[in-house]
Design a protein around this ligand. Structure first.
Ligand SMILES: Cc1cc2nc3c(=O)[nH]c(=O)nc-3n(C[C@H](O)[C@H](O)[C@H](O)COP(=O)(O)OP(=O)(O)OC[C@H]3O[C@@H](n4cnc5c(N)ncnc54)[C@H](O)[C@@H]3O)c2cc1C
Length: 376
């Protein structure tokens, strides 16, 4: 690494910022370039649920590593963060059985989780519908504000003497650094592509990065402190997240530190407009009323939409870009609806690979060459 910059990073979302932060902590000199503002892409649109998703073993490993690293992070002061835990809500006996299997997996991994029978659930969350089959409570999950995470990580990167440039789009990756859209060139030993949904436009070589933007909508209410206490998610959410339906809605509600209630969420591949789809929003509210019958009475203040960077097999791409001549081009993207949670683990795995160390978890499930033929 004899160039003046060790790593040039494209994208200042939570993934690029977490990677930059990890690299500077390891003593590397980093430069981050974002086309817009730090954390203003998918990172700003997200719900901020830091959640230990466990249905895919690889995703579970990455989420657990990430949660451990988030808890150990020293930058939390002043950031909106609540350890609400998650209640995974079962509507049917079949979902209750699935929740018990999930409970066994979580406990086997040492996580604190318990099953709540309907009567216990009613006292834990009095506003929930009374005909639910129960809920799985996962104690350690959190809610945090995504843009603040990215901003704080970026501030730490700057404080460590590295560079973070905003409104500075990158035009192309080069073997020796970056070509900026303003005509400038950046010389760097390594390059990391972390441009979220836009990573497809900068992906080098002939093979395409199989990443699609997956639109999601959220809405936030006025302040109703104590309206709910946990992050509430229907168990069917996992099917919606992992399924390939063109459009889906799954109930997901969070209590924010402000007392506001954040309502999600939808998934759509077919809608590429950044605008809120009012009919889909109405569907989200109707779905929420199934679980929180009086939620329609809350005053909605704002709705927005964003795009999750989604790869077909549901896992991010973390590692060396296949086929790059010098082997110094890297990618970290495709985190879909879990990138705020898994940013720290992603950074850890990527940095270990770059430094030739053994990552804390098996990186193979995330290898970018898993879905593309490497050019000869
Ligand atoms: C509705 C919704 C709800 C979500 N809820 C959650 C949740 O509860 N929990 C969770 O863990 N995750 C959640 N997510 C997912 C999470 O927000 C994303 O996975 C994560 O933010 C992706 O981060 P990123 O850095 O890869 O992408 P982004 O945040 O999009 O950052 C990419 C950056 O690259 C920059 N860029 C693009 N092109 C260029 C270029 N040519 N040159 C320079 N810079 C460029 C962009 O300006 C952008 O800032 C949600 C997402 C959405 C949309």
């Amino acid at each position: 690494m004899n160039a003046s910059i060790d790593v040039a990073i494209v994208g200042g979302g939570v993934i690029g910022c977490a990677c930059a932060h990890a690299a500077t902590q390891a003593g590397l000199r980093v430069a981050v370039y974002d086309a817009g503002r730090i954390g203003a892409g998918a990172t700003a649109a997200g719900m901020g649920h830091l959640v230990t998703i466990d249905d895919d073993p690889a995703e579970f490993a990455l989420a657990r590593l990430s949660m451990t690293l988030w808890r150990a992070w020293s930058g939390w002061a002043g950031i909106e963060r609540r350890t609400t835990g998650t209640l995974w809500l079962a509507e049917t006996g079949k979902q209750r059985d699935a929740a018990h299997a999930k409970l066994a997996r979580l406990r086997a991994a040492g996580l604190s989780a318990e099953w709540l029978e309907p009567s216990v659930l009613a006292s834990a969350e009095p506003r929930l519908a009374r005909d639910l089959a129960g809920a799985l409570r996962v104690a350690g999950d959190e809610v945090a504000y995504g843009p603040e995470l990215a901003a704080r990580l970026a501030a730490d990167v700057r404080a460590a003497g590295s560079t973070v440039e905003e409104t500075c789009p990158v035009a192309a990756l080069r073997d020796d650094g970056l070509q900026l859209a303003n005509g400038g060139r950046v010389s760097a030993g390594h390059v990391l592509l972390a441009a979220g949904c836009d990573s497809v436009h900068l992906w080098p070589g002939d093979a395409a990065l199989p990443l699609r933007p997956r639109k999601g909508q959220l809405a936030i209410t006025d302040r109703y402190p104590g309206y709910v206490r946990h992050a509430l998610v229907e168990l069917g959410y996992i099917d919606a997240a992992h399924g390939d339906a063109d459009e889906s809605v799954a109930f997901n509600v969070q209590p924010r530190a402000s007392g506001q209630v954040l309502l999600g969420s939808s998934r759509s591949y077919r809608d590429t407009s950044p605008d809120v789809d009012a009919a889909l929003l109405a569907r989200m509210v109707r779905r929420a009323q199934r679980f929180l019958p009086d939620i329609g009475a809350l005053q909605m203040l704002r709705c927005w939409a964003g795009f999750r960077p989604a790869i077909a097999d549901g896992r991010p791409a973390i590692g060396r870009i296949p086929g790059a001549r010098r082997g110094n081009l890297w990618v970290a993207t495709g985190h879909e609806g879990l990138g705020l949670t898994t940013a720290t683990g992603t950074a850890s795995v990527w940095l270990d690979l770059l430094l030739g160390r053994a990552p804390a978890i098996d990186p193979a499930p995330y290898a970018p060459d898993r879905f593309m033929a490497v050019p000869a």
